[in-house]
Every structure is written in structure tokens, then in C-alpha cells.
Design a protein around this ligand. Structure first.
Ligand code: CTP
Length: 402
């Protein structure tokens, strides 16, 4: 189990996202962690210490001046007797206290006293997250070595407002915690990687666009796998409904031209893996206004023009990364098409898959690929996309062996 023998001090502060912390406790314990909960006064307005304590199977610490707790454990021991301090949810107020080094309740005192790694899952109203004061505090905390997971975009629980501020999902918090315990080898440490992922949306008019079925799962998994091997990853993603992977710098774009600009801006790099299903064409002159239908008039035709080929641009660039990998989504002659693509686009490897609808690959969670390289071809078995990503990252790491 990933957290076997690990002791996690979970600080729950006061936000509606505290209800998700109950699930988080279960997820952590399922994976072998011992969870010791600390709740702020605010947290107890949202979930009860009874529920938290029952799920954690431990005493819940709430009070800095509890004579009983101070005798039994004491706040300094609470701060030190753990392998990780996790704050979920972390309010804007708690972040501000941490950044300023304040210690006026049990949670903030522990945070000032701890010498353990700290992982923060913020949750707050989007305006609070976007406020310059919060931004400044987050910058300070990052500089202090505090790690963050989330917040995410989406609708807020307490209002109809949307924006960035939702707490990361429990499983994403678990993954971030796991990454903090990860002491596996980092063969790509010091290497920079650029990964594209997802579809592109090419506007027809302000409300319509051309898109494709790419989910971004494979590209995101590759970005995560490269990061796991120590690479500094820039992920340039088209519109997708999955979360940014932990530990990568994610740039969100819509159109192919925006994707190209973001990729070129991220050069120089050592590795480029172009996984995005970039639209080959865009509408030649997208309408600035919604195209209206006029009964009796002819149906509009869309004139298309070619999009920049990002892989080809990178593959032939003066700042070409040492390892360039492309994908080939084919429905026929998979191998020969992939070989031709390798040459034409200046790639070192093409990951070729058969995306015929019957395979369920596009949008699915599994993938069966052939790796076409300059020296030959390798057929991989049917694997989860995460496993394809891990193998590909390992193959890429091998290219840097002296
Ligand atoms: N790609 C890209 N920019 C484009 C089109 C494709 O970077 N404008 C990249 C994809 O990310 C992927 C590979 O090129 O790595 C896929 O190529 P594909 O779209 O299949 O190439 P085409 O030459 O358009 O192939 P075909 O028309 O034969 O399908």
C-alpha cells in the first residue's frame, strides 16, 4: 500500500469543502495511512469532530489550550510526530496566517512548529483566490517550500459562481501526497519537457467550433509520467474535462495556433511529446458574429485553411529538443503511415495507434500502441493509458543515457 506506515496530520479548516475531507480520510486510510485530524473552529461549523474522528479512528484535536490534549500529546509533538502535514481544505485565512507566521490557534501553531513537509489543498471563493493578497501569500508559501494541490476550476458549492477555487478532488489530493513521499529514481531530473494534449477547438463563429473526440487522457498521463521521472514539464492542453496532472505547469489553449504559440514559447526543451489531436484545418475566416439562419437562403459553406503542424515545426526547429515524439492516430495502414510520419515530421519516435471506433481508444482509458523508431518497431500489449505513459517516459529517459 502506498502509505503503509505513514502518519498524516490532516488539518481541516473552515470551508464547505470540509465535507470532502471525510472522503479524503477514507481514501488515505484505505491506502495504509494513519490519519490524525486537527480541526479549526471554522471547520467544526461544517463537519462534526464526531464524524471526522470516527472516520479517522483517532482523537480529533481542536484546541490549543486543551489541558488534556496538551498533557497527552501536546502541539509540538503533533507538529513533529507525522510524515506529512496535509491541509484540506485550506481557507484564505489559514494561508494568510501561514504566510505571516501567525500562531493563534492549534492549526496555525502546528504549522509554525512543524519541520515536516506540508501539502495544501486550498478551497475558497474564486474572488478570494484571485485576490492579490492571496496570490502574494501563495507565492510566499511556495517559496517557503510548501506544496499545493489545486484549487480547481468549477462551480462553487455555496453559490452559483464559477471560477478557480474548488478544492481538488480527494483522489487528486491523495496523488499529490503520494508524490511527496516518492523517492523513486529521477532519471529526467534537470530535463525540460513539453507535452501537448487534448483536442483543439477551431471556432466557426462565437458559439460554434470544430472539435474531435480526444479526451486528453493519454497526453495528460504522459505529462504526469515525465514529471514522475523528474522532468520539468510544460503541458499545453486543449479544452478537456480532466484535471491538470500534479506537478506539471499546465497552459490551457483552445485553437491550434494558440497551442503552437505556447509550445514555441516553452522552447528550449530536451523533450517534446506531441499528443494533442490538433485539428488539421480551421475555418478560413471565422465569423465575429453568430451565423444566423435565414429561411429560404442557401446553407452556408465553411471554407477551411490548414493549421500549423506543431509537431513538424518542433521537429525541424533550430531549437529542436533532443527527443521528439509524435502520435499517429490512424484507422488503416497504421505502421506504414507512422513510418512516413516519422520522416516527414522530424520525430524520433511515433506512437502509432489504431483509433478505429471499434478499438474504443479515442476517449477510452486503455491503449494499444506500436512504437515506431528510427531503428525499428515495437508492439506494446493492450495497456492502461497510464501504463503506456510510464513506459514511454522510461523509453524517453533511456535516450539520455550516456
Ligand atoms: N500534430 C501537430 N500539429 C498538427 C497536426 C498534428 O502537432 N497540426 C501532431 C499530433 O500531435 C501528433 C501527430 O502530429 O503527434 C499526428 O499527426 P496527424 O495529425 O496524424 O498527422 P497528419 O500528417 O495530419 O496525418 P494524416 O493526415 O495522415 O492523418
Amino acid at each position: 500500500m502506498v502509505f503503509s506506515g505513514k502518519r498524516i496530520l490532516l488539518i481541516i479548516s473552515g470551508g464547505i469543502a470540509a465535507y470532502k475531507s471525510l472522503d479524503l480520510i477514507r481514501r488515505l486510510r484505505e491506502r495504509g495511512a494513519a490519519v490524525r485530524p486537527v480541526m479549526t473552529k471554522g471547520a467544526q461549523e461544517f463537519v462534526t469532530p464526531l464524524a471526522v474522528g470516527a472516520l479517522a479512528a483517532d482523537h480529533v484535536f481542536t484546541d490549543l489550550f486543551s489541558r488534556q490534549d496538551e498533557q497527552d500529546v501536546g502541539h509540538i509533538r503533533l507538529a513533529r510526530d507525522c510524515d506529512l502535514v496535509l491541509i484540506a481544505p485550506a481557507t484564505a485565512d489559514l494561508l494568510a496566517k501561514m504566510a505571516a507566521g501567525l500562531a493563534d490557534d492549534l492549526a496555525s501553531t502546528i504549522l509554525l512548529a512543524t519541520d515536516r513537509p506540508v501539502l495544501v489543498a486550498p478551497a475558497m471563493n474564486p474572488h478570494m483566490w484571485a485576490h492579490v493578497a492571496t496570490k502574494r501569500n501563495v507565492r510566499t508559501l511556495r517559496d517557503d517550500g510548501i506544496r499545493f494541490v489545486g484549487p480547481m476550476a468549477g462551480e462553487m458549492a455555496e453559490s452559483r459562481e464559477a471560477g478557480i477555487g474548488r478544492m481538488a478532488e480527494p483522489l487528486d489530493i491523495v496523488a499529490a501526497a503520494e508524490a511527496m513521499f516518492d523517492d523513486s529514481p529521477k532519471p529526467l531530473a534537470g530535463r525540460k519537457a513539453i507535452v501537448t494534449s487534448g483536442p483543439t477547438h477551431e471556432p466557426i463563429d462565437p458559439v460554434r467550433y470544430i472539435a474531435n473526440r480526444s479526451s486528453g487522457r493519454q497526453g495528460h498521463a504522459i505529462a504526469a509520467a515525465l514529471a514522475k521521472l523528474g522532468a520539468e514539464v510544460t503541458l499545453v492542453s486543449g479544452p478537456v474535462s480532466i484535471a491538470d496532472p500534479i506537478g506539471v505547469r499546465a497552459i490551457h489553449v483552445e485553437r491550434a495556433e494558440e497551442m503552437r504559440d505556447a509550445v514555441l514559447a516553452a522552447l528550449p526543451a530536451d523533450i517534446a511529446v506531441m499528443v494533442a489531436a490538433v485539428a488539421d484545418w480551421r475555418v478560413a475566416s471565422a465569423s465575429g458574429q453568430k451565423i444566423k439562419k435565414h429561411p429560404g437562403e442557401s446553407i452556408p459553406t465553411l471554407a477551411l485553411t490548414e493549421n500549423p503542424d506543431i509537431l513538424k515545426t518542433v521537429g525541424h526547429h533550430t531549437m529542436r529538443p533532443k527527443v521528439v515524439v509524435g502520435f499517429a492516430a490512424e484507422t488503416q495502414n497504421v505502421e506504414s503511415n507512422a513510418r512516413a510520419k516519422l520522416e516527414r515530421k522530424g520525430a524520433d519516435f511515433i506512437v502509432a495507434n489504431d483509433v478505429s471506433p471499434a478499438t474504443g481508444i479515442m476517449g477510452g482509458v486503455r491503449n494499444q500502441v506500436k512504437i515506431v523508431g528510427r531503428d525499428g518497431i515495437e508492439q506494446w500489449p493492450d495497456l492502461a493509458k497510464d501504463e503506456v505513459a510510464h513506459r514511454l517516459a522510461t523509453l524517453i529517459a533511456k535516450q539520455f543515457k550516456p
